[in-house]
Ligand binder design. Sequence first.
Ligand SMILES: Nc1ncnc2c1ncn2[C@@H]1O[C@H](COP(=O)(O)OP(=O)(O)OP(=O)(O)O)[C@@H](O)[C@H]1O
Ligand SMILES: [Mg+2]
Length: 233
Amino acid sequence: MIPTMQITIQDVHKSFYRGDTEVRVLRGLSCEFTSGSFNFIVGPSGSGKSSLLYLIGALDQPSAGEIEIDGRAISSWSKAEANRFRAQDVGFIFQSFNLMSNLTALDNVLIPEMPKGVSAEKRKEAEELLKRVGLADRMTHRPSHLSGGEQQRVAIARALLKQPRLILADEPTGELDSETGKEVFSYLRLLAEQNSATVIVVTHDESYMQPQDQVYRIRDGKLLDQTQVESVK
Ligand SMILES: Nc1ncnc2c1ncn2[C@@H]1O[C@H](COP(=O)(O)OP(=O)(O)OP(=O)(O)O)[C@@H](O)[C@H]1O
Ligand SMILES: [Mg+2]
C-alpha cells in the first residue's frame, strides 16, 4: 500500500507578540495538499509562508484553526506522535540548516539514522546523495568548512535520505547555482512520483514549476488563490 499524506488546513490563524503588540501573520488560511502532489507556496516577504511550513511540520501550533494530516488533527496528537511524525515522515529543508558543527557532512546526512544504527547500505545511499548534490569531495568536511550553499545541500541530502512522505522546503535552491537547483528539484520530483510523497516548496523562482503543479499564492496571511500550472514559461 502506498502511504498517503493528505494535508488539510482549516481556517488557520497565527499571531506572534512583540511586547503587547499582536502581529497577525496568518489570518484565516484554508487549503488542501493532496497525497503525492507537488505544491508551491509563493507570496511577498513577510506574508507568512515560512510560518505556514512550521505549522504543517508540527514545529509550531496555530493560534486558531486546525491542521489535519490524513484526517487527524495535529492538535490531538500526543507528544510522541508529533515527534514520530517529525522524525520519520517529514523531510525539512529550511532556511536554517540545523547541521551539527562537530560532525562531517556525511555524518550530518546520517543523523536521522543514528538512533537505530547506520547500516552500510544507508551510508552508501548518503554518499550517493551527496555526490548527486555536487559534494563528492566535501563529505568529510565539517559545516564550518562549507559555504552556505554547500551546507544547504547537506541538509537537502539529509531530508532526501529519509524518503519521507512529506517534504517541506523553504527556498531550497536559494543559494544554489541553476544546475544544482535543477538536480535538487529532479530529486524532489522523483520522491513525489516514486514514494507518492507530498512536496510543498516555498520559492520565489517560478522557473522550477511544471505542468500539473499546484501554486498557492499567499498575501497578508491569507490564500489569494490556488492555481494549477498549465504550461511552462
Ligand atoms: N517567532 C516569531 N516571532 C515574532 N514574529 C515572527 C516570528 N516568526 C515570524 N514572525 C513575523 O511573521 C511575519 C511572517 O513571517 P514569515 O517568516 O512567515 O514570512 P515569509 O513569507 O516566510 O517571508 P520571507 O519570504 O521573507 O521568508 C513576519 O513579519 C515576521 O517578522
Ligand atoms: Mg520565509
